[in-house]
Design a protein around this ligand. Structure first.
Ligand code: BMA
Length: 333
């Protein structure tokens, strides 16, 4: 494969650890996982599925914190190195920029995307059922909430980091009220970040692809643009006799028509195997919500939740992930 170009910024100080000797996997875990334990702040029952971005010459993020009353909310956080985090003790108090006050019964599974001039946050927002909440911040101090993108029920809303064909673009996963036993990824467009339409089917779950993604799938981190297409990391769920198993893999989407899938994983990139992924409030879950990528070296650091309890890190190289997709993955077009 020729050298691929990655259309993101360079983050020379992003967290990194070389592939361990003898490891043949495409991505590998950080040796000091988990980076955030469940009791990292006083009120937390668990801290997991969280989103991290470069912020000035440091890092900032939005973290899923389920508190000791088991309320689900999101908190801001800062870090010098992307590994050691200081999290706000209080949930984010959004300034409402909606037409009238918008009830938010819970918030979870945030994603953060730098787009044009600000950091947008999408999350699963409780509005008479789960849907996609939207907000933004310039500084991770003040946060503004705008209208929900969709009607309930929807989850796993992830923005693309640039307009595509002149429109904001989002992936999401229509679902239902509960622990949805189905789920495919769709694409939607908006001129103003408020009204979303032109919905297009992107990809479905199914045994025909492979078992780890047979029950449902959902977009993970903000897609990473490369000369080969958008690199999308997504989670997939297998229903075993012991319940759901969450792994993650990747896909390549067409640059200008991202509803066209070029390749998708046959084998997963990561599945729950370490203790902190197999044991926790929900066993057997790895759930990615963010990735940092250095365009110069092609290094990627994937932030994922372990067992709905802790925050973890895994590393890899974008060109190796794309090679893996092309050699082991399923060619879709
Ligand atoms: C999904 C979401 C995730 C969670 C996963 C496993 O439906 O609720 O937040 O990590 O289930 O429990």
């Amino acid at each position: 494969m020729g050298k691929i170009t990655i259309y993101t910024e360079s983050i020379p100080n992003m967290p990194w650890e070389e592939r361990p000797a003898g490891c043949k996997d495409v991505i590998w875990r950080y040796s000091k996982n988990p980076i955030i334990k469940r009791n990292h702040i006083k009120r937390a029952n668990s801290i997991f599925n969280s989103a991290v971005v470069k912020f000035k010459d440091r890092f900032a993020g939005v973290f899923r914190v389920d508190d000791k009353s088991r309320a689900m909310n999101i908190h801001s956080g800062f870090s010098d190195d992307g590994i050691n985090w200081t999290l706000s003790e209080e949930p984010i108090d959004f300034i409402q920029e909606t037409r009238d006050p918008l009830v938010s019964m819970y918030k979870y599974d945030p994603r953060v995307t730098w787009l044009e001039d600000r950091y947008y946050i999408t999350w699963c927002n409780g509005y008479y059922g789960p849907t996609i909440g939207l907000g933004y911040t310039f500084d991770f101090e003040k946060f503004y909430q705008i209208e929900n993108a969709f009607l309930p029920y929807n989850r796993n809303g992830v923005l693309f980091p640039r307009k595509i064909n002149g429109k904001y673009a989002m992936l999401s996963r229509p679902s239902d009220r509960g622990h949805t036993p189905f789920g495919d990824i769709f694409y939607s467009e908006s001129l103003d970040m408020i009204h979303w339409g032109c919905h297009r089917f992107v990809m479905s779950a199914g045994h025909q692809y492979s078992s780890w993604q047979s029950l449902k799938i959902g977009a993970g981190p903000t897609p990473i643009e490369t000369s080969e297409g958008w690199l999308l990391i997504y989670h997939g769920v297998l229903l075993s006799c012991n319940g759901y198993v969450y792994s993650f893999g990747c896909a390549l989407l067409d640059n200008e028509k991202p509803w066209i899938v070029k390749y998708r994983s046959r084998s997963y990139l990561l599945s729950p195997q370490e203790l902190y992924e197999c044991v926790g409030d929900v066993p057997n879950v790895v759930f990615p919500c963010a990735a940092l990528c250095d365009s110069q070296t092609g290094r990627i650091a994937i932030y994922y939740g372990g067992a709905d309890t802790v925050v973890c890190l895994a590393f890899g190289y974008v060109d190796e992930i794309i090679d893996f997709l092309k050699s082991d993955g399923i060619k879709m077009v």
